[in-house]
Each structure stands twice: as structure tokens, then as C-alpha cells.
Design a protein around this ligand. Structure first.
Ligand code: CTP
Ligand code: ZN
Length: 153
């Protein structure tokens, strides 16, 4: 049996839904959180530390009977910049989309400025993306720029 066949046994094919492939192993749980997959009512298959020719080891998430908005999917670009999003219909690959860093980022990232209003009031954060590669973002409220992303809990 080839490696690929073994892999298919570990995380089986889905009939309909979304596959998120090529996730860095340490970002799988973050991606689940960002997309709200932890609240999904149908089957979710997760593989971690799977062999990948391109990336050494990877994570994969398969969400049955769920299709995401492109804007939602782009949020995961911060945690998994090389992820591939695969739309599955009737067991076939219907669409493959590469994630893209969005122009604005809401809620999921924390401002590093301790005096920022977002760190002192109950409110959502908001950032503009100034540069995508390497990533540089600016807080909408205090205008602090940052290159290291810290996710909110
Ligand atoms: N997949 C799935 N269910 C299906 C069809 C595909 O879960 N009914 C998954 C496969 O397991 C794979 C991904 O969707 O992880 C992409 O499928 P495919 O393009 O056939 O695989 P590869 O050619 O290996 O893609 P890549 O080279 O981009 O990794
Ligand atoms: Zn700020």
C-alpha cells in the first residue's frame, strides 16, 4: 500500500463539505477556533502530523456538509498561510482555493499596545493590513503597527 493510500485511511474522504489541507501542525487547533468548527454539528475529521511531500508534516481538517464564505476562510491565512481550501461535492474536488491574507482583520488578533482601548474595554479589535509579506498590520484604534501576530484567546 502506498503512503497516500495509508493517509486516505487515516482521514477518510468526505462526500460533501470542505477540506482544509496543508495546515502547519501547530496551527490546526487555531484554525478550528477561527472558523468556529468546534461548534459544528456534523462530522469533523482532523489529522495531525500527517506526512506531506511539500511541508514535511501537516495538519488537515475535513468538515462534513459545511461550506465557508471566502472572507471567513481568509482569516485562517494568518495562522495557516499556505493552507489549501478544497470544496468537495459528491466525493469530487469541486474547487481548490489558496487562502489570501485579508485587507482588514477583525476580532481574532490582539493589539500589542497595553494602553490601547481594545485592551481596556470589552470590545473587538480591528486592524488594517499594511503589508502582506512579511505581514505588517496596524491597529484601527491606537494606530500601533505590529509584525508579530498574537491571537485573542
Ligand atoms: N478529499 C476528501 N474527500 C474527497 C476528495 C478529496 O477529503 N471526496 C481530500 C483529499 O484527502 C486531499 C484533498 O481533499 O487531502 C485534495 O484532494 P486531491 O486534490 O485529490 O489530493 P492531492 O492531489 O493529494 O492534493 P494536493 O497535491 O494539493 O495535496
Ligand atoms: Zn491598538
Amino acid at each position: 500500500m502506498t503512503t497516500k493510500n495509508k493517509k486516505e485511511l487515516i482521514v477518510s474522504a468526505i462526500e460533501n463539505g470542505t477540506v482544509i489541507d496543508h495546515i502547519p501542525v501547530n496551527a490546526v487547533l487555531k484554525v478550528i477556533k477561527i472558523l468556529g468548527i468546534d461548534a459544528h454539528q456534523d462530522e469533523v475529521l482532523i489529522g495531525m502530523n500527517l506526512e506531506s511531500k511539500k511541508y514535511g508534516r501537516k495538519g488537515i481538517i475535513k468538515v462534513r456538509n459545511k461550506y465557508f464564505e471566502k472572507s471567513d476562510l481568509n482569516k485562517i491565512a494568518l495562522a495557516a498561510p499556505h493552507a489549501t481550501l478544497i470544496v468537495i461535492k459528491d466525493y469530487e474536488v469541486a474547487e481548490k482555493i489558496a487562502v489570501q491574507i485579508p485587507n482588514t482583520i477583525e476580532k481574532i488578533v490582539k493589539c500589542i499596545n497595553p494602553n490601547c482601548i481594545t485592551n481596556n474595554e470589552e470590545m473587538d479589535t480591528k486592524f488594517s493590513v499594511i503589508e502582506k509579506e512579511p505581514l505588517k498590520i496596524q491597529c484601527h484604534y491606537c494606530e500601533k503597527t505590529m509584525t508579530n501576530i498574537r491571537f485573542t484567546e
